[in-house]
Design a protein around this ligand. Structure first.
Ligand code: ATP
Ligand code: MG
Length: 212
């Protein structure tokens, strides 16, 4: 298959971009697809995650590449990584504004994590607009979804009006997502038979299906 670039973007801070980037990249790698993460967030949290991972695992982990880029260098670096990887997952900073355009331009799919609250949903609009202007497919992923079906249903309805597709898979709010990130883990490794791992597997399969 031709390699694919997945950009995870959302203006709102703390919506789960970095958590999804790490866990999805690990899921792709675990399915036997060489995968790289490209961190364009100057906060560098994925870099710290990856370094503690590399120290702990040495060469024993699943093949996972890692690089950083400035916002404007994202497109070039992502394409470089595609020469040696099937998937490149780009993490982006909050409030990226027009600086984030290269990461969107590079993408085969733009994933927008949305916490089911009106504030997050409103904050999604500029990212969706930028992606649709660039004619990029958009997948909205409900992250930290509540188990209260009525709230989730209402939020789906509001999100449906934004444009872009809504992922069938929802990621619930689970402590394991935060726990796994320390020491450079993903939920697939930390608790392979857990619910969080099942959600990540389902989401990565859904994304792979959309990109094929
Ligand atoms: N599904 C989840 N369940 C529980 N906690 C979560 C979940 N997703 C993310 N978190 C936690 O929420 C916080 C913010 O997540 P994360 O850093 O991934 O968001 P972000 O969008 O990358 O933030 P920023 O905009 O600052 O880069 C972290 O503490 C993370 O562990
Ligand atoms: Mg982040």
């Amino acid at each position: 298959m031709a390699g694919k670039i997945i950009t995870i973007a959302q203006q709102k801070g703390g919506s789960g971009k970095t958590t999804l980037a790490a866990n999805l990249a690990l899921a792709f790698a675990a399915s036997g697809k060489p995968t790289a993460i490209l961190d364009t967030d100057p906060q560098g949290s994925l870099g710290r995650w990856f370094m503690s991972r590399a120290e702990r695992m040495g060469d024993n982990g699943p093949g996972l590449g890692f690089r950083t880029a400035s916002a404007w260098g994202a497109r070039y670096e992502a394409r470089e990584l595609l020469k040696t990887h099937d998937y490149v997952v780009i993490d982006t900073p909050p409030k990226m504004g027009v600086d984030g355009r290269p990461a969107i331009e590079a993408a085969d799919l733009v994933i927008i994590p949305v916490t089911p609250s009106p504030i997050d949903i409103w904050a999604t609009e500029p990212t969706i607009e930028m992606a649709l202007t660039e004619r990029k497919p958009v997948l909205l992923v409900m992250n930290r979804a509540s188990s209260r079906a009525r709230l989730t249903g209402e939020m789906r309805e509001v999100m449906g009006k934004l444009g872009g597709e809504i992922a069938n898979t929802m990621i619930a709010s689970r402590i394991i997502f935060a726990e796994a990130m320390s020491h450079g883990h993903g939920v697939l490794e930390k608790q392979p038979s857990g619910l969080a791992a099942a959600e990540i597997r389902a989401l990565s399969a859904e994304i792979a299906g959309l990109l094929d």
